[in-house]
Design a binder for this molecule. Structure first.
Ligand code: NAD
Length: 456
């Protein structure tokens, strides 16, 4: 399998894809190693995880360069991602004892009632390329903390990073057969669905998630799907600093080239602030540099996948045909690399693809609304339910709007952010299940109830 640098279109590595026999061998190794890991005291598992995190820190520059070479993310954003992963591990490792240790729920002289959080066993983690460290850590760190073994299937667009992660777990002292990678395309992911894993944890598109959930259902084992979004953001008429709001929300839409599950994908602006917001927003976007992702100071590198260029062109052509205005951008960039101009569309409406389907690229539609009621109706008009955001000086006003939107995360005066302390979960086509927070730590366990009567 060739690994292509999306900035240069050059082949940078050729990897051997796993086949059924090697996957089977890896599964057997994981299965054999897992019971001893489960038997290790939680404190020892936490120590190994902390060592892995330290190695992320000491290897950060090299890891960022490798990530940039295969996904095209500007190298400063790649380093930020590794730092973000270290922050998440700190929370997960720091809270593992609190949420994974046995809990005594009731005790009388005669009876103890206790919950034990047992690991699932060997889990499959089928992952995405857009934030391989962050979305990977969300799954494999709590899974290992809980005593599971992990078969990690990195995206075919982030395989070199997957192999680095495997190397660092070994260096951290994890038994070499507790965390193994499965290298390959979707076919390798699909082959894992035919195997007897004890849980399936998927991050990726709705289409693949739907396929996986259907396949796994017959196995009667846990399955979680963290999928895409079409995340709305509303700018109310009582915001005070429109330039700062435009800058923050543009970053929420365009960071990582818009290739984030929780990127802002649709913006609604109160008519009283609309013109000022558009002007500030476009100025902000135009101030960011596009260029080689290896250079300092670059905000836009290439897209990771060539095919996405066609998706964006199609959304833009559809919008323009239906009356949208292009305020900046609108085209692919000629020359080597999968570059696309950051694009701002106005005069959009709910019937346009750009306001309905995940863009997952540097394209945003901004729509004028008359009032909160119209904003709420538009925000709710989606198959997805990952995040929603409101910018307003009134907390009660913002919270009231967010309560009405069926999304796993609500943001007031912020967007495109994740906290390890809070549950990360989608609704509707954005998926189901939870990573992060106490609930995400326990997602990789089976709760066993003990009723312990002290007298026979
Ligand atoms: P994708 O669905 O194309 O691929 C994800 C993974 O699934 C890859 O490892 C791929 O090889 C594998 N795969 C593909 N077909 C398969 C099949 N038939 N059976 C089993 N595995 C298969 O998604 P992607 O392009 O890697 O990621 C982008 C998508 O992920 C976007 O929709 C984005 O919003 C979403 N995402 C969601 C979150 C979240 O936390 N909710 C985080 C990151 C990305």
């Amino acid at each position: 399998m060739d690994v292509i640098n999306p900035a240069t279109e050059e082949r940078i590595a050729t990897l051997t894809e796993d086949i059924a026999a090697t996957l089977q061998e890896k599964w057997q190794q994981l299965k054999a190693a897992q019971p001893a890991w489960q038997a290790r005291p939680l404190e020892e598992r936490i120590t190994v995880v902390k060592r892995f995190s330290e190695l992320l820190e000491t290897n950060k520059t090299q890891l960022a360069q490798i990530l940039t070479s295969e996904v095209g993310k500007p190298v400063t954003q790649s380093a930020n991602e590794v730092s973000g992963a270290i922050g998440r591990i700190s929370w997960l490792a720091g809270n593992a004892a609190k949420y994974l240790a046995d809990e005594i729920m009731g005790e009388t002289p005669d009876l103890e009632e206790r919950i034990a959080y047992e690991p699932l066993g060997v889990i499959a983690n089928i992952s995405a390329w857009n934030y391989p460290y962050l979305v990977g850590v969300n799954v494999f760190v709590p899974a290992l903390l809980a005593g599971n073994a992990v078969l990690y299937k990195p995206s075919e667009y982030a395989s070199l990073t997957g192999l680095q992660i495997e190397r660092l777990w070994k260096e951290a002292g994890l038994d070499a057969h507790l965390f193994l990678t499965a290298i390959g395309t979707g076919n390798v992911g699909a082959a894992l669905l035919e195997m007897p894993f004890d849980g399936y944890f998927f991050t990726g598109s709705y289409k693949t998630g739907h396929f996986i959930y259907n396949k796994v259902a017959a196995k009667m084992v846990p399955c979680q799907c963290e999928l895409g979004g079409k995340d709305p953001l509303y700018v109310a008429d009582d915001v005070t600093d429109i330039i700062a709001v435009a800058a923050a929300t543009a970053d929420g839409a365009f960071y990582n080239n818009g290739q984030s599950c929780c990127s802002v994908e649709r913006i609604y602006v109160h008519e009283n602030k609309y013109d000022a917001y558009i002007e500030a927003f476009v100025n902000e976007v135009r101030s960011w540099k596009t260029g080689a992702p290896t250079e300092e100071g670059i905000y836009f590198g290439p897209l990771t996948r060539k095919e996405q260029i066609g998706v964006l062109e199609n959304q833009i052509a559809d919008a323009v045909r239906k009356g949208a205005q292009i305020r900046t951008g609108g085209n692919r960039v000629d020359g080597k690399g999968y570059y696309f101009q950051p694009t701002v569309l106005t005069d959009v409406n709910a019937g346009m693809l750009v306001m309905k389907e995940e863009s997952f690229g540097p394209v945003i539609g901004i729509m004028k609304v008359k009032n909160d009621a119209e904003a709420i109706a538009q925000m709710k008009d989606t198959e997805y339910g990952l995040t929603a955001s409101v910018y307003s000086s009134g907390q009660a006003r913002a919270e009231s709007i967010l309560q009405q939107v069926n999304a796993g995360t609500g943001y007031w005066n912020c967007c495109d952010r994740v906290s390890a302390a809070l549950p990360w979960s989608g609704r509707k086509h954005s998926g189901f299940g939870t990573t992060l927070s106490h609930s995400g730590l326990r997602a990789f366990t089976k709760a066993k109830a003990y009723h312990l009567r002290k007298h026979s």
